[in-house]
Design a protein around this ligand. Structure first.
Ligand SMILES: [Mn+2]
Length: 439
């Protein structure tokens, strides 16, 4: 018998990949996992009679010749199927893997690996279908598209590639229904999740630690709640903190769970949760403690955060040092020549004690030129209400300023004196990962 399998605890991308693999290998039997990730339950329920997924039980006593594996390359994650068949995946004649987890190593001997750096595994499958000129049903297109939306975070995760967009576009041409996809990718479907969401929101504590905007919330639950991860994502979405920690005391089994999410690598959740026995990734990790904590745990936890958090990126680390300035009593003509010489469109203006008093730009100078006042001092044409940063203005302050004000250059000031300048370009380069001078 030849089979198609995905990883245990199937998610939307896995289910979509299974469905599409069925077109590439029409005479193979699709086997479903016993476990379904909470985000994918609705799809399985809605398409229960449409999807021709088989339980792993049918593998009992069967000899498996060929296997197609989708969305994983780790033997552990397909173990449940071979437990039924009573032998190891390494005994199977032919194994073909379609998987996009390029960071994982493949431990299945002799497997043929079709791998790609791509947002969703579904997109790899779609590329194969396009190549082979195979058409699919609107239902399958809808299921597959939900997989792409889910694994690319609606096309805004960093991992999203042009091929994910191409795949999505093709699926829509095959009749995928966005109205249905939208329902599948809603993170919170259960009433219990919405209830917990409000509980968490009511108990959010805002901490500003070393320039990082951190949220912590403590809740108590009678038992573990599946799908709480989606609630945490939702809170990240709504509140947009640098990091969020949810501490959940679970009465059943006397345990406490910490779930952490971050949006920048300077708040490394994996590292922060290590002292609590946690694990995961830089941006998402969790820890489980085998005791029931009460809300006072938050204080201890905050202390630990203060101790191990890195300071957030600041204006001081982003700025260009050694800024050109001009004296307030210089004439507009001098200023015009000076700006031309340094090839800038504006610069900070200082008084005789070198203190920042304003900013002069080419636009200000052209006003003077039109009124034939080029011999007037800079101070009569400069802008006096100048937006400034201090050395420790955080990346959040910087973002807020560039997002809300139409200014390209902002002086960094210490004791009234200009020590550097942060440009819009410095900020954009930082966001795009080209960090410079970042200590
Ligand atoms: Mn995936």
């Amino acid at each position: 018998m030849n089979i198609i399998v995905g990883h245990s605890n199937m998610d939307l991308d896995c289910i979509g990949s299974l469905v599409l693999a069925g077109y590439l290998y029409p005479d193979y039997t699709v086997i479903r996992s016993r476990l379904v990730h909470p985000v994918a339950k609705n799809v399985l329920n809605l398409y229960k009679y449409y999807l021709k997924f088989n339980s792993g039980k049918i593998l009992k006593g069967e000899h498996i010749e060929k296997v197609v594996i989708v969305d994983t390359r780790t033997s552990n994650r397909v173990k449940e199927y071979f437990d039924f068949a009573d032998y190891s995946i390494n005994d199977v004649e032919e194994v073909i893997i379609y998987d996009h987890h390029e960071a994982d190593s493949c431990d299945i001997e002799h497997a043929i690996l079709r791998t790609e750096q791509i947002g969703a595994n579904v997109s790899i499958m779609v590329k194969e279908l396009i190549k082979k000129d195979i058409e699919i049903s609107p239902e399958d297109a809808t299921i597959a598209l939900a997989g792409i939306y889910s694994d690319t975070g609606s096309f805004n995760f960093d991992s999203t590639t042009p091929d994910d967009f191409t795949a999505a576009s093709w699926l829509i041409s095959q009749g995928a229904q966005l109205k249905i996809v939208r329902k599948f990718i809603k993170p919170m479907k259960e009433e219990a999740q919405i209830d917990i969401f409000h509980q968490i929101m009511n108990r959010l504590e805002v901490k500003k630690i070393l320039g990082n905007y951190i949220l912590i919330s403590f809740i108590e639950l009678p038992a573990q709640l599946p799908g709480i991860g989606a609630v945490v994502e939702k809170i990240m979405d709504v509140e947009n903190p640098d990091a969020f920690f949810l501490v959940v005391a679970i009465k059943k089994g006397n345990q406490t769970l910490i779930i952490g999410r971050s949006q920048n690598a300077s708040v490394d959740i994996h590292k922060l949760l290590l002292p609590y026995g946690g694990g995961g990734h830089v941006l998402a990790a969790s820890a489980k403690m085998k005791e029931l904590k009460d809300s006072s745990f938050i204080n201890e936890f905050e202390w630990q955060l203060r101790y191990s958090l890195m300071p957030s990126v600041t204006a001081g680390s982003l700025m260009t040092k050694g800024v050109f300035t001009i004296n307030e009593n210089a004439t507009l003509l001098d200023a015009s020549l000076f700006l031309e010489e340094i090839a800038h469109t504006g610069c900070p203006v200082v008084n005789k004690s070198d203190e920042l008093v304003g900013v002069i730009t080419l636009r200000d100078i052209s006003k003077g030129r039109m009124s034939e006042l080029m011999q007037s001092p800079v101070k009569s044409f400069m802008a006096r209400n100048v937006e400034v940063f201090t050395m420790d203005s955080s990346i959040r302050d910087i973002e807020k300023t560039f997002f809300s004000k139409n200014i390209g250059h902002i002086p960094v000031v210490t004791h009234g004196k200009v020590v550097g300048i942060v440009t819009r370009q410095d900020f954009l380069d930082y966001i795009n990962g080209k960090e410079k001078n970042v200590s």
